[in-house]
Design a protein around this ligand. Structure first.
Ligand code: FRU
Length: 484
């Protein structure tokens, strides 16, 4: 029997087993066991709360619980008791993803109940939407009237089973949720429901649907306002690659447009990737007391083997929190200012002429870099990180094709591969802000115009840093701080 108490007890008794080798130092992970999507992200009663998809009993996906952590600055997190367990008839096979909202001082979370209905768990299931409420932000009571939206409220002609991940928001005193679904014929879509009390919901419309190139099912939608525009972020499944973009099995994408709540339509004219790396999925946003729109995502990829699943007793982590900024018609993603408080042991060099390989006289596995290159005549230039012997994670740029490359073929154990994205030099300059944390790399390019995120699993001695150029170029500045 899955209960919150059993989960907490299991975690407390087994925590000593955790293998620390690849544990991150400034990213959120579960205390024990498995983590996927961020859920219920909210600034509530003076603290950030982040819940997450959690299976405490093994480092693999299983009947979903909601793990829970709180933070004052989005970087240092404290784990709280497991907040939801699949302990009801309507959610017995999982408390799937969802979101949070404050109402009359109470914290409401809305999540998907998952039910397996036949012998094939990948095809025979049904989903419904539920509410749990907390007076103190810690203990949650599921409502007696759950589910608040059942599959009978799915419009005809659409998938009658994929119906999940409610993201709740308020507009002009009315509550809305966006839900991910598909048309049963291979196109993902988003449904909009409305309510005056969070309990009784009615269907408004299908606000967006795949144009045929955007995946067969849409998960984890998030809809929010940013400087008077509406933004839809979601995670399309099995979206085919488009050039260098959308190279992962499942992707994430954003659209800037306008939501008409009366018509139930979201108008937009283009979509763009949220991240250009390997491991970034199911992002969720919230707004905080400073008015910032912050996004965090699961820093993993589905259907791959994660090295810590074998003998480490944990798997899955969140990305760094990123602030979303509207820049013209684009979203830019920037590290939050709070990160600066964690900088230690600053190291700096400037105006270094690069021609061939140069060892940098500092190293580490947990740091921030701010590097500015001037391309000059170089054919290629870049950085090797986490270097030892043959091992290296390579971040490089070639002016001839304008592609930034993030290559982890020799990064260590785990999956290799390369992700590439077009980057324009800024008056000949390339600026990279890179965060390395034991088993992760996050590359903020040209001030946050694009971000590439990936997990790497180098050996413990792979701490070296090198800069290189084929041909010659200059490193205008190289700055490094250890983090923490
Ligand atoms: C996305 C997702 C969600 C679902 C959850 C289950 O990663 O598939 O659609 O609610 O994970 O853990």
């Amino acid at each position: 029997m899955y209960t919150r108490e059993n989960a907490d007890k299991f975690i407390a008794e087994r925590k000593y087993l955790l293998n620390e080798q690849y544990r991150l130092r400034y990213h959120l992970m579960s205390d024990f066991g498995w983590m996927n999507d961020p859920n219920g992200f909210i600034y509530y009663n003076g603290e950030y709360h982040l819940f997450y998809q959690h299976y405490p009993y093994q480092p693999v996906w299983g009947p979903m619980h909601w793990g829970h952590a709180v933070s004052h600055d989005l970087i240092e997190w404290k784990h709280l008791p497991v907040s939801l367990a699949p302990d009801q008839q309507y959610d017995r096979d999982g408390c799937f993803s969802g979101s949070a909202i404050e109402r009359d001082g109470k914290l409401y979370v809305m999540y998907t109940g998952h039910l397996v209905t036949g012998p094939d768990m990948n095809h025979d299931y049904s989903q419904n939407q539920n509410i749990a409420v907390s007076e103190d932000g810690i203990r949650f009571e599921k409502l007696a009237c759950n589910p608040v939206i059942g599959p009978e409220q799915i419009p005809a002609g659409l998938s009658q089973k994929d119906f999940r991940d409610p993201k709740v928001f308020e507009r002009d005193g009315v509550y809305y949720i966006v839900l991910g679904s598909n048309d049963g014929q291979g196109s993902g879509l988003i449904l909009l429901y409305r309510s005056n009390d969070l309990i009784s919901w009615s269907f408004v419309g299908e606000i967006a649907r795949s144009d045929g190139k955007l995946g067969d099912n849409w998960e984890c939608p998030d809809l929010f306002e940013l400087e008077g525009r509406d933004v839809l972020i979601m995670s399309p499944q099995r979206m085919p690659a488009q050039g260098e973009d959308y190279q992962n099995l499942h992707s994430t994408t954003y659209m800037i447009g306008h939501l008409d709540t009366a018509l139930g339509k979201f108008q937009y004219d283009r979509y763009e990737p949220v991240d250009y790396g390997f491991d970034f999925y199911a992002p969720q946003t919230t707004i905080d007391d400073k008015g910032r729109r912050i996004v965090m995502a699961w820093m993993e990829t589905w259907e791959t083997e994660i090295p810590t699943q074998l003998g480490h007793y944990w798997a899955g982590a969140m990305t760094m929190p990123r602030e979303i900024v509207l820049q013209g018609n684009e979203l830019w993603f920037k590290p939050i200012d709070e990160m600066k408080a964690y900088r230690r042991n600053g190291y700096e060099q400037s105006d270094i002429l690069l021609n061939g390989m140069q060892e940098i006289e500092t190293d580490g596995d947990c740091y921030e870099l701010e590097v500015v290159f001037r391309a000059d005549e170089a054919e290629e230039f870049g950085l090797n990180l986490r270097v030892h012997g043959e091992e290296a994670t390579v971040i490089s740029y070639r002016p001839s094709d304008g592609l930034l490359r993030f290559n982890r073929d020799k990064a260590g154990i785990g999956l290799g591969g390369e992700r590439r994205t077009k980057v324009e030099l800024n008056e000949g300059l390339l600026k990279l802000q890179i965060f390395v944390d034991r088993s992760s790399v996050e590359i903020f390019i040209q001030g946050g115009k694009k971000v590439m995120t990936g997990r790497i699993y180098p050996g413990p001695q792979s701490l070296g840093i090198q800069a290189y150029a084929k041909g010659s170029c200059s490193m205008v500045s190289f700055k490094k701080w250890d983090i923490k």
